[in-house]
Design a protein around this ligand. Structure first.
Ligand code: G6D
Length: 349
């Protein structure tokens, strides 16, 4: 097990450090303290060839200029909040409206756009980095001084765990996730249309044409949203289902998970033989198939394009504050929020 650190650049005079967690199987996870961004995950394919399986950059400038949340921790509230406004204890709050008149992913200066403090921890069979950021009361319109911790842990069993912990001195909202775009082909050799996803979910949220949840919870039965027995991502791209069309010919939807911490999501790329299993304690996952990726920049030499990566954003339900039948994302004063998502990389049996 090893931990390597080096300078990754600087933002307004603040140095940004890159940290590489390495296990004894040759798996590597590289992250930077700007946005806790995961910039590389190196895992072997079925022949043992070690390649990168996430979309990322090698310079801080590209993250600032081009990145649609590549690898970033997203918050205080991942997803959209309608019109960026909500009420808590009869007080109305107005968040930054940074997306089409609504609030998206924590606003203009969300968790993805700040420099976090970091501390590394080296164990016998695992290595970790703990990121910490104190989001001041009123930041992007949110109430409360929120002390946020994110821990990345790599084990010798090729498990990568992301653990979140938060506490606030006022009642507030919290819905945090990681926005890595996975592409198991290795070094972006192919897009993700032939990736096969198995997802234990019987229902998903209906979205309106501004991608805001309508409140309706739809059954996956008989639709391209039924991943229970496995399905190629391309099915949702070729589909004429109005929700696939509305998402830009693909998926950008929250799915309600039928189980927790029990292999809820398994993503496979048959050609490389790579497999990613994701387990979480969160009630839902947003499947986003990179439908808004434009081709106006390159990613380590590969021209950006739709479907070059997909996100499995484990989290609560977007806009939950406006839908009382959704699980709550309200964090009471001095209540401790904790959540863990586990990613296990191996090869298909
Ligand atoms: C688009 O609607 C999608 C979001 O789900 C995604 O997170 C973002 O692009 C990167 O806004």
């Amino acid at each position: 097990m090893e931990i390597l650190q080096e300078n990754f650049g600087e933002i307004n005079g603040h140095p940004v450090t890159s940290t590489t967690l390495v296990n004894d199987q040759g798996m590597e996870v590289v992250s930077i303290d700007y946005g806790c961004i995961i910039s590389k995950i190196i895992v072997p394919d079925k022949t043992g060839k070690r390649e990168n399986v996430v979309l990322g950059f090698d310079t801080i400038e590209e993250y600032i200029n081009d990145s649609p949340y590549f690898g970033a921790v997203v918050g205080r509230f991942a997803g959209r909040i309608k019109e960026g406004t909500f009420e808590l204890d009869s007080q109305t709050y107005q968040l930054e409206k940074n997306n089409n008149g609504h609030h998206l992913h924590g606003g203009l200066k969300g968790f993805d756009k700040v420099i976090w403090n970091s501390q590394v921890l080296k164990g016998e069979s695992e290595v970790s980095i703990v990121y910490n950021y104190l989001s001041p009361d009123g930041e992007e319109g949110y109430p409360g001084n929120l002390d946020m911790k994110v821990k990345y842990t790599l084990t010798n069993a090729n498990e990568f765990l992301i653990s979140y912990e938060a506490i606030s001195d006022k009642k507030t909202l919290i819905n945090v996730t990681n926005h890595s775009y996975f592409n198991l082909s290795g070094n972006l050799k192919r897009d993700i249309l032939e990736h096969d996803l198995t997802l234990k979910s019987d229902s998903f949220l209906e979205l309106d044409n501004e991608l805001i949840p309508t409140g309706e919870i739809l059954s996956v039965e008989g639709t391209p949203f039924d991943f229970r027995e496995g399905r190629y991502i391309k099915d949702g791209v070729e589909s004429e289902h109005p929700q696939n069309v509305l998402a830009g010919n693909g998926y950008d939807h929250p799915f309600l998970l039928a189980e927790k911490e029990n292999k809820e999501m398994v993503l496979k790329d048959e050609e490389s033989g790579r497999q990613l299993t994701v387990e979480t304690d969160q009630p839902s996952v947003v499947l986003y198939t990179g439908t808004q990726l434009e081709s106006n920049f390159t990613i380590r030499g590969v021209k950006a394009r739709k479907y070059l990566g997909l996100c499995l954003e484990t989290q609560g339900l977007p806009d939950s504050i406006h839908h009382s039948h959704f699980p709550s994302n309200i964090l009471d004063k001095d209540e401790v929020f904790r959540s863990t998502t586990k990613y296990v990389f191996d090869v298909i049996d």
